[in-house]
Structures are given as structure tokens and as C-alpha cells.
Design a binder for this molecule. Sequence first.
Ligand code: FUB
Ligand code: ZN
Length: 627
Amino acid sequence: MILMTIDETLATAVSGMPVAPTRGRLRPLGVGEVTLRPGFWQQRQDTNAARTLDHIGHWLEKAGWLANFDGGERRGREFADTEVYKYLEALAWEYGRTRDPEIDLRYRAVVRRVVAAQEPDGYLNTKYGRPGQAPRYSDLEWGHELYSFGYLIQAAVARARTYGPDELLDAAIRAADHVCAEFGPQGRNAICGHAEIEPALVELYRLTGVRRYLDQARLFVERHGHGTLADIEFGRSYFQDDIPVRDADVFRGHAVRATYLAAGAVDVAVETGDSGLLEAVTRQWRNTVARRTYITGGMGSRHQDEAFGDDFVLPPDRAYSETCAGVGSVLLSWRLLLAHGDPRYADLIERTLFNVIATAPGDGGDRFFYTNTLHQRTLGAEPPADVQVPRAASNLRAPWFDVSCCPTNLARTFASLAAYVATADDDGLQIHQYTSATIRTGAYHLEIDTAYPDDGLISIRIVAGPDTPWTLSLRVPAWASGATLDGLPLRRGLVQLRRRFTAGQVLQLRLPVQPRLVTADDRIDAVRGTVAVERGPVVYCLESVDVPPHVAFDALRLDPDAVPVEADGTVVVTCRPTAAADHDWPYRPAVPAGAVEAVRVPLHPYHRWARRGPSTMRVWIPLTPER
Ligand code: FUB
Ligand code: ZN
């Protein structure tokens, strides 16, 4: 039974957000309270709306994954249903922000087909349990059945929060009740090989107030680490079934699974007031960011199991950095930000948004990176528009994959992106991400104008606010030394402005976005003797298309004594090529190179790489030999 009153439902329908904790330091704002305006992120959100959603709808039909719900021959991988659910979630957020009736119709048409496939006891999965198929829950390691329910539930919650309860919510509740009956305290002592049901059940609890969904989520979180899943070739760490969540020190195993489970654990911890569990995930986040995260925010350096590597094993040319792991990282950091209010979480969200999430989709919104390497050695070739490719086989953006989790994950993220910009608490508002936007919530109306990240000036106009003093909190990113507010210097971290603001008042935050050279911890051996270039939150890269044909790309060494300069949206660095190596033996005496002619090459934002055709690429650039 849904405990929300109609009024409450309508209130949430106006301001829906993906994560709605009932307690915590900060209160999230919904897609009805924050609207993106022209700028970096609105452009991507528009492309998502204008192209990506159609593209996904087209491929779900073409690949037969939507028709799986209609019966007939089952097509696609065991988790193909989830791409339909993420598509529905994306449509729900899109409708929430635009009220576009066409989106509403599309959503309803898909929902009709989905709910028709549900069994009377609430079970819903097109891959299992029907005549001729494997029995339900016969493969908890790889079957993804609970993972699939998780996305179903999240889609239904998104719709309830942007429109109101509908038949998908009824189906999701039947499914959740089925899960509780099957896997509850008296049921199977088991977990799913891929986390996702955990955060979904907590969100359903938050929506409905039905406690057993929270209890079931807690049970699943606590059951991890007790070896109920088989010891597969990658080890039980692959599905975080090696160490109980509250005992672990760092994320390990499959990166999407790890971040999703951690997100669910934070949700459980927050709703149950379990400070020990919250502290455990907070510690794991800290250690993972300090030792197992790429400069882009990307997570996962192992291809064979799409997993985190050991501490400091972050080879750029083997960066797996799956797009979905970027989404998982954002979802986790957002929950920790809401729980703690610490700007470090928003820093990582920003880094990941600009350097993983913005990198993955092509300009047309119909091609995607699945993995996000930091070093591309070969040119590669773009797959044709109508070809489905194996998941990591494409080193250029591909239209669709056999495992197509990333495009749909991006679609739901872009459609709900406004919900990650700002929050509120009893004392005021907090701005976490800088982008042109309108914030209207309660007595507050703020307009943010900026060309960020191209330009570091952010204007915040207080159009309306309470008559009494209130606090506006601004994040000054960790990289932003020299930031100012109305000309006065700011410390990095959180700036809290408590005052009686006057309507029409404009604050000018200036973040210094001049290029800077960045070096890595010595323990990241794979990038010793190299530097990367960042400008604001954006990581830059060197692409072969920008290097004169007579210069060997791999021989380029960056001269750190020459200050990088900006020109036409690029950062120009000075490099000195070594003699191109072309010997029978790839090693030679280590002697300083003599004076060699300098070459000036432009670097582009990493998120723009491979948008001008195939190229080889480096984020980490070797330094001149005498360094
Ligand atoms: O297993 C479902 C999804 O497919 C995972 O999250 C991705 O890493 C991909 O393996
Ligand atoms: Zn993915």
C-alpha cells in the first residue's frame, strides 16, 4: 500500500529527484526546482532529448530487447530488460523537466508492453522462468534478476516523482513485494551478482514509506561478503561478496557493481541511522579516490573483469573506466554529499561529469564510448551506424553494444542532471556545480549565468529570497587556488555567505581556469615521468591529428619550463621530440637528449577527443628526458 497522500505525491511530482533521503545534511532539489539554461550541460541535455532518446528507442526495437516483453524468441544478454527500464527512467526525467506530451506518450507505450509481461506473483524478467528458459534464480552469480528489478523500481520511482503513481509503479511494487517474499529473512539467504536492487529498494521505501523495502535493502547490503555467491574465476571480490561492506577499506571488484552497492549502503545507512555503515563507505570512498581513481575520475583499470585494480595500478593505456562506473561514482558521491555536506564529493562529481560523462557520448548523441581510455595507441575505425559491437571492442564511439548499459545510463543521467546542481537545508542553499541555471525553491529564486568551464566567471543573481538572513554556500573546487568572490580571495572548500541578501543582488565568483601542469603520485608507476594538463575541472589531451605529420607522436616530450598558453579554445604546450625509435631493440642508453627543436602543439579537452575522426591520444605526456 502506498503511504503517500495525494498532496504529497503531487508535491514530489513537481520537484522530482533521483535520490530523496529522509535525513542527512542536505536536501536535494528536483528537476522541477533547478532548470539548466544555455551552456555546457544544457547543450548535452538537449542532445540527449533531441537525439539520444530516439536512438535508444530505435535500438531497443531493432535489437529485439523491447519485443522480449511481448514474448516470442528471447534476444540479447541476460540483463537486456534493464536497458528498457533505464530508457523508461530517462523518459520519466525528461517528461519531468519538459512536460512534453510526446515523451509522455512514448513512456506510456513502453510501459504497456513491460507490465503486460509481469507474472501474477510479481516476478518480471524476460530471460528466466518461462517454458524452455532456465528457472528463476537459478544463476544468482550472472543472472542479473534482482539487478533488473532494481532498474524497474528506479524507473517507476522517477515517474512517480515527476508525474505521479502509475501502472509501472504498481508493477514495481508487486516486484518489490515478490523480492521481499522470496529473499526476506525467511526466504533465500542470497544476493544478486550485480548490486542495484539495494539503492532501488531504499528509494521505493522513500517514496512509499513501506518499511519492508528498506529492511530488505539492508538485508542485501549486510549479506554481501559472506560468500553466498560462487567463487568465480575473478574471485568473490568481483561481486563484493568477499568482505562484509562494513569491514572493507577500499572498493574492489567490478567497478559498477562496487559503486552501486556502496550507493545502496549509504542509502541504508542514512535511513537507518547506521553511522558505522556510513563511516565504512565513506572510508572506502576516500581510499578509492586516493589510490584507485584516474585523473578523469574514471574508475576501473582492469579489462578482464571490468574491475578496480590494486592500489596505484592506473595504467592510462589500460584504463577501462567504464562509462557506467562513472555514473555509479556520481551516484555514490552525490549520496555522500547529501549525507555529509562535504564539498570533496562535489569535486569528484564535477571531475567525473566533465571527463567521463561528457566524454562518452558523440556530438550527435547517437554514439558512445563504453570504455574511456587515457591513452589510445592506434587509430581505430569508427563502426558503421547500424552495427552493434561487442562492449569494449570499439576504441571509438559506437552506436550500440551487445552489452549496451552505457548509452541508457547516460540518457537517464543527462535527463536528471539538473538535480545534481544545488541543494537546500534549513538555513539556505548550496551550489555544488557551476552551470547556467535557474533555481526556484520555496522563497528562493536564483539565476546562475556562466560560460564555465571555458570561462571561470560565475554570476549568481539573487532574484528573490527570504527577508531574513540566510546562508548561500558555494563550492570552491580543490584545484581553484586564487578563486575570488566579488574580488575578495576565497579559500578552497566551502564558502558560506550568511547575510540578508537583497533582491537583484549579483555575486561574482571567479574560479581561475588557466591551464596547469599536473603530476601523479610516484606510486602510479605507469605515469612516472609524465604530466597531464588541466584547465579548471577539465582534463586535456594530446591528439595525433594536432601534431605536424613530420613529428612522431610517440616521440613528443613536454617541456615543463615553457608555460602552457591558451589559444582558440586549446592549450598550447611546447614539446621537444626525441629521436624516433625504430630499432630492433626498444631500449637504449639513458642519456640526456641534446638541444632539439621545439614543437608547439595544441591540446584539446579530453572530453572532445576523437570527435575529429580517428586519432591516437595521450592524457599523460612524457616530459623532456633531462627531467
Ligand atoms: O552486468 C551488467 C552491466 O554490463 C555492468 O554494469 C557493466 O559493467 C556491463 O558488464
Ligand atoms: Zn556500461
